[in-house]
Design a binder for this molecule. Structure first.
Ligand code: NA7
Length: 896
């Protein structure tokens, strides 16, 4: 590779030893090259600076044996120029590092980019000058750079982690780092070699090193999941898809979750038999595609611990069958993290390599390294004499390369390392409040490493370049994220991180691989497509969350949070909006019932419970159907009488099936969902009287139903919450049955429509104000509406059973739920309330669709267990609560 340090610098204007440009870019990898191209085309004077002596970024440095990409190369390419796409043909399914480097060199040549790159130049510090509204970049070689805009295109995995092992300097043999592999040939043949680390770099290089070494000893701290790459020619089916509709294929990738066009998997693991799951798995194993196996087996594999465990076990089975020595197989089998929570690897002969006589695995969990000595590595059990040590120990990921420019000083002299002392804070992963005109490409808070980098990079670069062009046209010279927008993004990031299992593993995604680093999931886990739409909404919302200034224009600041909904609620609502449905009430009541039935048929089936039994019970005016959900564990179980939602008009005893199943599993209780009569055929007070009568009958027949005798509990969602609340009042006033607790989820409690939530959430959140008017009109005449049997808030509340009241932020019924909780507390009823932030009226019954609702249901289950006098039960998978529980004391204070 020619040394191109002396590339021409056509765009620079130098004054007093300082190069003056519009934009300075740090990094000349995938992101830096495309930035240069876009910015230059837009007429900005630009320079890129890179410590390396040529283009390539991560592919310049990572030259270790076996280095390849593990996203299929047809996806891991630039797509901005169709001519570039047809001018380059990849030779393999997963290109090797030399081929990718050739590709990036080809791109640099094709667009004549090298003339604006200062190679061999490290940026050592960057400072914002409030007086001139410019950044000054100090370099270790040549002129400093003054620029209006400073863009970090430094990559996520480019700052190698120090070895953190005592004695490295004492070692007399050769030392190599996979992330800084020499350009000249490294002679490994016949040597005794140690490799430390079994991440992607270790897993890719170990089989090739083993082929050459006299003896290879692998030092493994944590086993990782590795899958066969089955490298070769690009698979014909994928290539045909791309060639058949290149534009469509690329567009699908841009809006997908991971940046590779695979569809969203719908089947859930518990709907598939063991044989069906195995068949899907074997197919994926044979395919050799990381994104496929991470996303395409079953819908719950990446979001649910149990769904994930099924897959993890199938992979461990493969490991056991490949490796001959059971002890080695056990040591190589990951048990400490869900599959995909730590970056899995694609390999070629990795596990089989351990069957070679010249390869030894040292399990550092059993014998940690004590030190490196002059002749080798000493664990607390043995000494290994080696000629060469290869550190495949990874990177200070996501933030390391950004912080390597130190200090980066923003407005008021604030240093980025101080601002990020407790972990990186960004707006969109692209900008930082207090650091005007600083952009990061694939920074922390962007989908970056959880996506096909090529897709994310192009999106980021286009967004940034388009903003700079728009600012120039409008006369703005500075752009800066606001604190409120950044805080909102941090919250949204935290919400997103409860969607996936990444939070459950100690990895470089969370900063756990670097001693002392602040911990938290750093990449955006909400997906590439959703992220793209959010970035677009920032723009269409008038640069929401940014302050823009310029010398001759008025300051513009449209402050606010870009996403206030839970990420999955946002997806559901966007999907519903895309369907452009007419208002449900326009279908008429029968049409609306049909619509709900159709809607319910398309949702994921509820999870297995011990038994589901249908029956009828005597109602006040004829039999009522019920559906009983029994836990798998032996009974007798406490009983919860459940009332479904549907505005007293829609739904039936089966319509909240996934919710009942989920709660049955979580609580270990019998749920009996009652098919009460509906309006308009049966108007007020039919539903209320049915609810009461059903509860009474169920309580009297608890033992026959397999339940525990004694008090029952009641629960309900929406209109069902209304019926549950009313049932408690009737039971108190009519001499039983005994009810030990009430769970009211988004209940209707009052006939007033003037509380703020009715206006704030009148439209756009599925349950609309006009739909509520329609429900009320069908169920209850105006003259009856203040009756406590439909407006329980108007009833006497003293002496009612303890309650757990759930309200959702974006729900017209929110404030009447809050009012009921407060009124209960004021009446001396023990009550807890969950204000579910970012949720809508249907969040909690949408089990396995609104994943972020799981933590709320966990709290509901805990409340029911308390009501039943059972001990609490916590599930690790559901940690991270998207809301706030308000204690009885707080509610009482608010009510007072
Ligand atoms: P990784 O994936 O961070 O792997 C580093 C490996 O090195 C991993 O197995 C670490 O164990 C191990 N390690 C790190 N420090 C030590 C010390 N001090 N002692 C023993 N073992 C250690 O980096 P890679 O370069 O392989 O891959 C990075 C990404 O590049 C990859 O995910 C792809 O996206 C491409 P640990 O798991 O921390 O216990």
């Amino acid at each position: 590779m020619p040394d191109v340090m002396d590339a021409t610098r056509a765009s620079e204007a130098t004054s007093g030893g300082t190069q003056q440009v519009d934009v300075a870019v740090v990094g000349a990898g995938f992101a830096g090259l495309y930035l240069l191209h876009r910015l230059r085309k837009a007429g900005f004077t630009t320079v890129a600076l890179d410590e390396a002596n040529d283009v390539g970024g991560t592919w310049y440095w990572n030259r270790y044996p076996g280095a390849r990409c593990d996203i299929q190369t047809i996806d891991y390419s630039y797509t901005f120029d169709p001519e570039l796409e047809s001018a380059w043909k990849w030779s393999e399914k997963y290109a090797t590092q030399p081929e990718i480097l050739r590709y990036l060199g080809f791109v640099a040549d094709r667009y004549d980019l090298r003339r604006d790159i200062r190679f061999g130049t490290k940026v050592t510090a960057a400072a914002w000058d409030d007086a001139t509204d410019r950044w000054l970049l100090t370099t270790d070689d040549g002129a400093s750079v003054s620029c209006r805009t400073y863009i970090m295109a430094t990559g996520c995995l480019s700052a190698p982690k120090p070895p953190e092992i005592d004695g490295v300097k004492d070692f007399k043999g050769e030392v190599y780092f996979t992330g800084r592999w020499p350009h000249e040939e490294v002679k490994l043949a016949g040597k005794r070699i140690a490799v430390i680390g079994t991440g992607s770099s270790g897993i890719q290089s170990i089989p090739l090193i083993a082929e050459q070494a006299a003896q290879l000893t692998v030092f493994q701290r944590t086993p990782n999941f590795a899958l066969p790459a089955h490298n070769g020619a690009a698979p014909a089916d994928r290539a045909a898809l791309l060639e058949g509709d290149r534009v469509g294929y690329r567009e699908q990738a841009r809006w997908s979750l991971a940046g590779v066009p695979w569809p969203q998997q719908m089947a859930v693991s518990w709907q598939l038999t063991d044989a069906e799951r195995r068949e899907r798995f074997e197919q994926a194993w044979a395919k050799g595609d990381l994104v496929y196996i991470l996303t395409q087996l079953w819908a719950d594999q990446a979001v649910d611990v149990e769904g994930n465990a099924l897959l993890a076990e199938l992979i461990r089975e493969k490991i056991r069958t490949t490796i001959k020595d059971p002890e080695t197989a056990a040591a190589l089998s990951p048990h400490d993290h869900p599959f995909g929570a730590k970056r899995p690897c694609l390999d070629t002969n990795y596990y089989a390599t351990y069957n070679r006589p010249n390869v030894t695995l040292v399990n550092l969990r059993q014998e940690p390294i004590k030190s490196i000595t002059a002749s080798g590595i000493t664990t607390d059990k043995r000494t290994f004499d080696v000629d060469t040590i290869v550190f495949a120990t990874g990177f200070d990921a996501m933030t390391g390369a950004i912080m390597a420019v130190h200090p980066i000083t923003g407005r008021g002299g604030k240093s980025l390392s101080d601002v990020w002392a407790d972990g990186p804070q960004t707006y969109l992963g692209l900008t930082v409040a207090g650091f005007p005109n600083l952009f990061m490409i694939t920074g922390p808070g962007s989908p970056s490493v959880l996506s096909n980098m090529a897709v994310s990079i192009e999106q980021h670069v286009d967004w940034v370049a388009d903003r700079l062009i728009a600012m120039r046209e409008a006369g703005f010279t500075t752009i800066e994220a606001t604190e409120a927008a950044q805080a909102g993004w941090t919250r949204h990031m935290a919400d997103c991180s409860t969607l996936t299992l990444h939070r459950l593993a100690n990895t470089w995604y969370t900063g756990a691989n670097v001693p002392g680093k602040a911990q938290g999931v750093m990449p955006y886990t909400g997906g590439v497509g959703p992220y793209r739409s959010i970035c677009n909404e920032v723009v269409s919302g008038g640069m929401l969350g940014f302050r823009l200034t310029g010398p001759n224009v008025a300051e513009q600041c449209n402050d606010g949070e870009i996403v206030r909904l839970q990420p999955d609620v946002r997806l559901v609502l966007n999907m519903l909006a895309d369907m452009k449905l007419p208002p449900i009430e326009s279908f008429g009541f029968q049409g609306a019932r049909d619509f709900v039935a159709q809607f319910n048929a398309s949702r994921p089936a509820g999870r297995p419970v011990g038994e589901v039994v249908d029956g009828t019970l005597p109602g006040p005016d004829g039999p009522l159907p019920y559906r009983l959900y029994r836990p798998a564990a032996p009974g007798p179980h406490p009983i919860v009488v459940y009332f479904h939602g549907g505005g007293w008009v829609l739904g039936d005893e089966q319509s909240d099936e996934p919710f009942c199943r989920d709660m049955c599993r979580r609580t270990g209780m019998i749920f009996v969902s009652v098919g009460y009569r509906h309006a308009p055929e049966h108007r007020f007070p039919a539903a209320a009287e049915d609810g009461y009568a059903a509860t009474r009958w169920i309580a009297e027949h608890a033992a026959d139903l397999g339940g525990r005798s004694g008090p029952v509990m009641v629960a309900g969602w929406s209109a069902g919450g209304n019926i549950a609340a009313v049932t408690c009042q009737l039971a108190r006033d009519r001499g039983g049955p005994q009810i030990s607790g009430q769970l009211l989820v988004c209940p209707a409690t009052d006939c007033r429509f003037d509380r703020p939530s009715y206006n704030d959430n009148a439209t756009g959140y599925f349950l609309t104000r006009s739909l509520m008017y329609w429900f009320w009109d069908l169920y209850c005449s105006p003259g009856d509406r203040t009756d406590p049997r439909v407006s329980p808030l108007r009833g006497k509340l003293e002496g009612l059973p303890q309650a757990f009241v759930v309200t959702c932020e974006f729900d017209p019924l929110r404030d009447e739920g809050v009012a009921y909780a407060e009124a209960l507390a004021a009446a001396g009823v023990p009550v807890e309330q969950l204000n579910a932030r970012g949720h809508f009226h249907s969040s909690f019954p949408m089990v396995d669709v609104v994943i972020t609702g799981a933590s709320g249901r966990m709290q509901m289950a805990e409340a029911l267990r308390r009501f039943a006098g059972l001990p609490p039960e916590r599930r690790q998978s559901d940690e991270g609560v998207p809301g706030r529980t308000v204690s009885p004391h707080e509610i009482a204070a608010a009510a007072g």
